[in-house]
Design a protein around this ligand. Structure first.
Ligand code: FDA
Length: 585
């Protein structure tokens, strides 16, 4: 007999675990989250928060989304991605990043009701954790997960209360391993991994210093520094990262993974910080310093039986592209509604298989992308004649040479410009963030062919309602108040939604009957003139890819489950067939 029982036990309260807890509690599912430490993230690791993650927070409630903006640094201050010899030294080039180029800004504005922003993990975790606990999560801090055994009905986990040293057992129906990059749950589960851990060495140096004079005129979250050693280990170059504008900073500096790990003493850390900033007398208040490794490692299977792993437990990669915490929260969004519907008896257990089918490819994609981004820094070094390593004298000579009026200097300037512009794949890869399309039994295409990407799928988001894709955003207008509301706002919140237009009323009646028969909730909306939601701007008509009398069935995670491009002969039996397949019933 276990000491404690709950429906879902979550190991870890990082972005993945805390998001799972918040979502499960929002869906009314009993859950318990444990963390081996007494509190949440104590360093501001993740920070780039992309639009898809902001949509997940928005789905949790506008108050959650608003608080993220309140504590985040807004998008407008994120964008001048600088390459320089030091903050005080010469600037080599820059590119507008994170949706700040006017063309990219337009693409971001059209893609989502939300805005990208910079929210350090020290703010994101408390926001998710507070949302979880206030909605019902039982949280136990200073509680360490030790092991689990699963059987046909559930999972029994052994935990240790680190304050008393006593062990407790928890019986849950499901277990989530959101226990980070050294996941014991994934290890004990024997999940298969591909790739390699420890492909590079890196260190974080966190400090306070007022650097306004070097940065306020070129606001950015990232300042890339080319100095001797900048191409060794690490994440491609030396990095001075804004944590809070403009007085809290994090330096990321590499070391050779094949050499002994350096001891990052306060003197060493202060020296590196002053060196990268280019001010030997700078007053800094050192807050912490630690080493970590660059990994290129992902699980090819992410669940087994009643145990599901997510976040860094299944994808381990460098921070390039800022995908770690974002993907962790999005993993949680994919799994939570499925667990909720299975636990409520609304779906068969086979629905849970789709977590693996849908999210394991994403794990591979983002790990590959982040590691490739490190390699793509090479051409900048090469353009400055430093493919073999940074030599200060050589660098000065090259920086001088690029100022000449000769054809060679012009060619060098062109090479630098191109190499920097190519870094769009790391700093403005809107497609990587937004183009996720699922293929699984929880999506029914009825043979409709997937639309090809007309532009680079990593760089540009391409909306489609092809089943499996995220529902495209368009602003609609409420008939009663005239206020704008996103198509995404009509969906989510743990339930299925059916969207149709004038002439599609038969779908609404059919959805009502199917929902009653299956014992699930389906929200229904007709979009059109004199309806509750009006498409005054015509944006929805342009991107919905269905006729007014067609319909979209949208899953609780805002991905399209199925679409009928026009009214069918038997709307009710079609909806039945589709939902029975999606819900594995
Ligand atoms: P995470 O590691 O955050 O959490 C694991 C949790 O499990 C913790 O609560 C831990 O205490 C707990 N735990 C572990 N073992 C346990 C046990 N045995 N018992 C109980 N509890 C246990 N990402 C991003 O999206 N944007 C970005 O800009 C960046 N930038 C960035 C910069 C730097 C310098 C780094 C190092 C990392 C990033 N990241 C990032 C990555 C991001 O920090 C990372 O991907 C997420 O923290 C992963 O979240 P998880 O919840 O999966 O694990």
């Amino acid at each position: 007999m276990a000491d404690i029982t709950t429906d879902v036990l979550i190991i870890g309260t990082g972005p993945a675990g805390a998001a799972s807890a918040a979502l499960l509690s929002s869906y009314g599912i009993e859950n318990m989250a444990v963390n081996r430490y007494r509190w949440l993230a104590n360093t501001p690791r993740a920070h780039i928060t992309n639009q898809r993650t902001m949509e997940v927070l928005r789905d949790m409630g506008r108050e959650v989304e608003d608080e993220a903006y309140l504590f985040g640094t807004h998008q407008g201050l994120m964008g001048e991605n600088i390459f320089c010899e030091s903050l005080a030294g010469e600037e080599i080039g820059r590119m507008k990043a994170w949706g700040n180029h006017p063309l990219s800004r337009a693409a971001h504005q059209m893609a989502s009701p939300t805005k990208m922003n910079d929210l350090p993990q020290t703010f994101m975790e408390p926001l998710l954790f507070k949302t979880a606990c206030s909605r019902g999560t039982q949280a136990r801090m200073s509680t360490e997960y030790l092991s689990h055994v699963q059987d046909a009905e559930g999972v029994t986990s052994t935990l240790r209360d680190r304050l008393s040293g006593k062990e407790v057992t928890v019986r849950s129906k499901y277990l989530i391993g959101a226990d980070g990059g050294k996941s014991l749950v994934a290890e004990q589960l024997g999940l298969p991994f591909e790739g390699k851990m420890g492909v590079g060495g890196s260190m974080n140096i966190l400090f306070r210093a007022d650097l306004s004079r070097y940065v306020a005129h070129r606001p950015s979250v990232l300042y890339w520094v080319m100095q001797p050693g900048a191409d060794v280990g690490g994440i491609g170059m030396g990095l001075v990262r804004m944590v809070r504008p403009w007085n809290e900073w994090l330096i990321v500096w590499g070391y050779d993974i094949n050499a002994p790990e350096p001891e990052v003493t306060p003197e060493f850390a202060t020296g590196v910080a002053r060196q990268l900033i280019g001010d030997p007398d700078l007053d800094i208040e050192l807050l912490s310093a630690s080493t970590w490794t660059v990994n290129n490692y992902h699980a090819t299977k992410i669940s087994k039986g009643r145990v599901f792993c997510m976040g860094d437990a299944i994808h381990r990669h460098p921070p390039s592209n800022g995908l770690g915490s974002n993907t962790s929260i999005q993993d949680a969004f994919n799994l939570s509604w499925k667990l909720a519907m299975v636990l409520k008896g609304q779906a068969g257990e086979r629905l849970l298989d789709s977590y693996d089918t849908e999210r394991a490819p994403i794990a591979k994609q983002i790990v590959t992308r982040a590691n490739q981004s490190i390699a793509e820094t090479g051409p900048i070094f090469a353009a400055l004649g430093m493919a073999e390593g940074v030599d200060p004298a050589q660098m000065q000579a090259n920086l001088e040479a690029r100022c000449d009026g000769t054809p060679e200097a012009e060619a060098q300037r062109e090479a630098i410009r191109k190499a920097i512009a190519f870094k769009k794949y790391e700093f403005d890869a809107h497609g990587v963030e937004m183009n996720q399309r699922y293929r699984s039994d929880a999506v029914v295409t009825d043979g409709q062919v997937e639309p090809a990407f007309e532009m680079d799928a990593d760089l540009y988001y391409q909306p489609t309602t092809w089943p499996g894709a995220r529902l495209p955003h368009a602003w609609l207008y409420r008939r009663d108040t005239g206020a704008e509301i996103s198509t995404l706002d009509l969906c989510g919140k743990g339930r299925f939604t059916l969207l149709t237009g004038l002439g599609g009323e038969a779908w609404i009646a059919a959805a009502g009957r199917v929902a009653t028969d299956l014992g699930i909730e389906i929200a229904t909306h007709v979009i059109g003139p004199r309806q509750d939601y009006v498409d005054h701007g015509g944006d929805w008509a342009r991107i919905s890819e269905i006729r007014d009398n067609g319909c979209l069935l949208v899953r609780p995670d805002q991905h399209v489950a199925w679409r009928a491009t026009a009214m069918t002969d038997a709307p009710e039996s079609d909806l039945f067939r589709v939902l029975r397949q999606v819900l594995a019933r």
